[in-house]
Design a protein around this ligand. Structure first.
Ligand SMILES: [Zn+2]
Ligand SMILES: [Zn+2]
Length: 385
C-alpha cells in the first residue's frame, strides 16, 4: 500500500477534539478485550484491513497484531457488538475468539483507534523457540479457581509489579522484578526454594495457580513453567477482568481484593472495597492510583486525597514547583526535556520517595526553590506562608 493511502488509516485529531467528539456522540459504548496466539501472515496488510473495517464500526482502542497473534483492548457502540462479533468470526484466525467485557465502564476508556504491528503481542523478553508456547496450564473458571485456592494451591500474580499495588488475590505471591522475564525467573527460584528436599522436586510441587489482567501473560508463563518441569499448573481463564464478570454473573465471593489495574484512562476498576495499599507519600491506607501531573515526570503512584492537595497532584515538592508555574513558564522549562506519556512507570520505593520529599521540603524552606535554573529566566515564585 502506498504511503498516502496508509496515512489516511490513522487518527489525526488532538485529544481535546477526540474527547469532545466522544461527548457529542452520547451513545452507550462497551469496553472489551481479547487476544489469541495464532499464526498471522502479512500482518501489515492485515493491520490496514482491520483499521478500515473496525473504524467503520465505531471501534476505538489499542490493538497489537504480530506474527504470533492479536491482542486487543477496544470500546465500541454497544449497538454494534453483534456486527463486531460477526466481523471477527468472518476472519478465520479470529473466529470464536472469546472476549471479555469490562465491568466498571463509562464507555470513555479509549479516545481513538490505534492498530499497531508488533514483533510480539506481549513484550515478554522470552525466547519462544526454546519452549512450546501452546503447552499451556489448565484453564480455570472463577469458581474452580476459588475452589483450588481453598484447597491450598499457591497463587502467583503474573502482572507487572506496579499492577499488583492496588489489588491482588488474597495471599498471592507478588514478584518484585520489574520485567515479565525477571518475574518468571524469580517465580522459578521461589518455587525451587519451596520444593527443596522434596522427592522429584519440581514435578512434586503442589498446584500452582497463575493469574494476570486478561489471561494472556499466563498463557506464556504457564507454558514456561511446564517446560521447566512443573506439572501441576493452572491459570485463571480470562484473567481478573473475566473473573470480575463471573463473580457478578454467578454471585461468587471474590478472593481478589481491591482494584484491578487497567491500561486505559481509568487506570483501575474496583473489584472489592478492600484497600490493600497505602499512600506512598504519607503511609495512610489508600488505593487511589494516579500519575504525577508534572508532564516530564508522569510517574505512577498511590496517593491519598490529602497528599494530592499537599503536593498539587505531584509526586514530590520538586515536581509540584514546576507544575504550579504558569503554563508558559512550564513550557519554557520543559523545552529540551522529554515528556513521558507512558502510564507504565511507577514509583517502586515509597521509603525512598518519603525521604526525598523530606529533604526537598527542607531545601525548599531554606532556598525558596528547588529549581535554581528557573531564577535565570524568571523571578523565584513566592512560597505561601
Ligand atoms: Zn498521603
Ligand atoms: Zn513527579
Amino acid at each position: 500500500m502506498e504511503q498516502a493511502s496508509t496515512h489516511r488509516l490513522r487518527n489525526l485529531h488532538s485529544p481535546e477534539q477526540l474527547r469532545a467528539r466522544l461527548d457529542r456522540e452520547g451513545i452507550p459504548r462497551t469496553t472489551l478485550s481479547f487476544y489469541r496466539y495464532v499464526r498471522l501472515r502479512d500482518v501489515e496488510a492485515l493491520r490496514n484491513e482491520l483499521y478500515a473495517e473496525w473504524e467503520a464500526l465505531g471501534v476505538l482502542g489499542r490493538i497489537y497484531v504480530a506474527p504470533e497473534g492479536i491482542n486487543a483492548q477496544v470500546s465500541l457502540p454497544t449497538a454494534r457488538l453483534d456486527d463486531f462479533r460477526a466481523a471477527l468470526d468472518a476472519r478465520e484466525p479470529f473466529a470464536n475468539v472469546p472476549w471479555k467485557i469490562a465491568v466498571e465502564d463509562d464507555g470513555r476508556s479509549f479516545l481513538k483507534l490505534i492498530v499497531r504491528v508488533k514483533d510480539k503481542i506481549v513484550a515478554d523478553g522470552l525466547t519462544d523457540d526454546a519452549f512450546d508456547v501452546t503447552n499451556v496450564g489448565e484453564h480455570l473458571d472463577a469458581a474452580t479457581f476459588n475452589l483450588r485456592i481453598e484447597e491450598g494451591a499457591l497463587v502467583i500474580d503474573m502482572r507487572n509489579n506496579y499492577e499488583c499495588l492496588i489489588g491482588h488475590f488474597e495471599g498471592a505471591y507478588l514478584p518484585k522484578a520489574d520485567t515479565f522475564r525477571g518475574a518468571i525467573e524469580e517465580v522459578v527460584e521461589m518455587l525451587d526454594e519451596r520444593a527443596k528436599g522434596r522427592e522429584g522436586a519440581r514435578a512434586a510441587e503442589p498446584e500452582i495457580l497463575l493469574y494476570c489482567t486478561g489471561g494472556i501473560r499466563c498463557e506464556k508463563a504457564s507454558a514456561y513453567l511446564k517446560h521447566a518441569g512443573f506439572t501441576n499448573v493452572g491459570q485463571l481463564h480470562g484473567g481478573i477482568i473475566d473473573y470480575a464478570r463471573q463473580l457478578k454473573a454467578e454471585g461468587l465471593k471474590s478472593k481478589y481484593l481491591g482494584q484491578n489495574f487497567v491500561f486505559d484512562e481509568r487506570l483501575a476498576e474496583r473489584i472489592t472495597d478492600d484497600v490493600v495499599s497505602t499512600c506512598m507519600q504519607c503511609g495512610t491506607k489508600s488505593d487511589r492510583i494516579t500519575n504525577c501531573h508534572e508532564a516530564t515526570c508522569n510517574m505512577l503512584l498511590v496517593q491519598c486525597e490529602a497528599c494530592a492537595t499537599t503536593y498539587a497532584d505531584c509526586c514530590s515538592p520538586s515536581c509540584r514547583e514546576i507544575h504550579q508555574l504558569s503554563l508558559e513558564a512550564q513550557r519554557a522549562w520543559r523545552k529540551g526535556r522529554s515528556t513521558r506519556s507512558t502510564k507504565t512507570k511507577a514509583i517502586n520505593d515509597p521509603e525512598g520517595l518519603r525521604k526525598r520529599i523530606r529533604e526537598e521540603e527542607e531545601l525548599l524552606a531554606l532556598n525558596g526553590t528547588l529549581h535554581p535554573e528557573l531564577t535565570a529566566v524568571m523571578p523565584v515564585p513566592q512560597q505561601p506562608q
